[in-house]
Ligand binder design. Structure first.
Ligand SMILES: Nc1ncnc2c1ncn2[C@@H]1O[C@H](COP(=O)(O)OP(=O)(O)OP(=O)(O)O)[C@@H](O)[C@H]1O
Ligand SMILES: [Mg+2]
Length: 253
């Protein structure tokens, strides 16, 4: 049976989307005319050299940075000018490049606070926190003080906290930074499971090419604040502009 037209139209609008966004800092462009769409349950890799504008773009998508030009829509609603709390309440969660844990609270409390901040009752937030910690492999560490965790577990707790608001879109800013190969593999398992287990789409910023190429359905490459290539990972990695912009910078580091 054909799907009713109204449902088709609603599904077509479902996305976290920016169009023609520019961000200027003191007259200098950090982002220039970038358009990006994250649809439900897809994994999009956002890559580019240091200073390319990746974190600035995440800030725009989460209400932390108002674009100088361009539009932001969340499931069809005009979200330009929304506060970070309103964007989060509408289903968009993020992690921060430097991490933002409550270092003196324990692991369960850190996750629970994130659930409460997204509107859950204390009891519901605790239950959700327990579930999420189990899924990211931190259940056994629930009573450890967050600041005492090994670095990689702190990054996992970052992701758990973001998941506690039951997001439809989750934006991860370099989650594998500082991880060993085996820790990366474990993290990749968690990220790969996010669409099926948590029903969320993922925007993955990652410098580790193995991680981002293996996980992403599509890649979006920025350089100097501009989109230089978009496409399937296997297409992008053969692209000359990608090799010179991204790998060129990596080799030079
Ligand atoms: N609040 C700010 N004020 C002024 N300039 C900024 C600000 N935030 C970012 N920038 C500049 O904007 C550009 C893009 O920075 P951004 O942090 O978005 O890059 P990035 O791709 O996330 O880099 P990295 O890989 O190092 O995390 C850089 O030139 C940076 O110095
Ligand atoms: Mg960054």
């Amino acid at each position: 049976m054909a799907e009713p037209l109204a449902e088709t139209a609603t599904r077509a609008r479902e996305a976290l989307e920016i169009k023609h966004v520019s961000v200027l800092f003191d007259g200098l462009a950090a982002i220039s005319d970038v358009s990006l769409r994250l649809a439900p349950r897809e994994i999009v890799g956002l890559v580019g050299p240091n200073g390319a504008g990746k974190t600035t773009l995440v800030n725009v998508l989460t209400g932390f940075q108002k674009p100088t030009k361009g539009t932001l829509h969340l499931d069809g609603a005009d979200a330009r000018g929304w506060s970070p709390a309103r964007v989060r309440g509408a289903g968009v969660a993020r992690t921060f490049q430097a991490g933002r844990l409550f270092k003196k609270l324990d692991v369960l409390e850190n996750a629970q606070v994130a659930g409460i901040a997204s509107g859950l009752s204390k009891a519901a937030a605790r239950r959700r926190a327990q579930d999420v910690l189990e899924q990211v492999g931190l259940a056994d560490a629930h009573d450890k003080i967050a600041g005492s965790l090994p670095y990689t577990d702190q990054r996992r707790l970052d992701i758990a906290r973001a998941l506690c608001s039951a997001p439809k879109y989750i934006l991860l800013d370099e989650p594998a930074a500082g991880m060993s190969d085996s820790e990366c593999e474990e993290l990749m398992g968690i990220i790969r499971s996010l669409p099926a287990v948590h029903g969320c789409a993922v925007l993955l910023i990652e410098h580790n090419m193995h991680v981002v190429m293996s996980l992403s359905d599509r890649l979006h490459v920025l350089d100097g604040g501009r989109t230089i290539i978009e496409g399937l990972p296997e297409e992008v990695q053969k692209h000359e502009a990608f090799l010179s912009a991204y790998l060129g910078a990596e080799v030079a580091e």
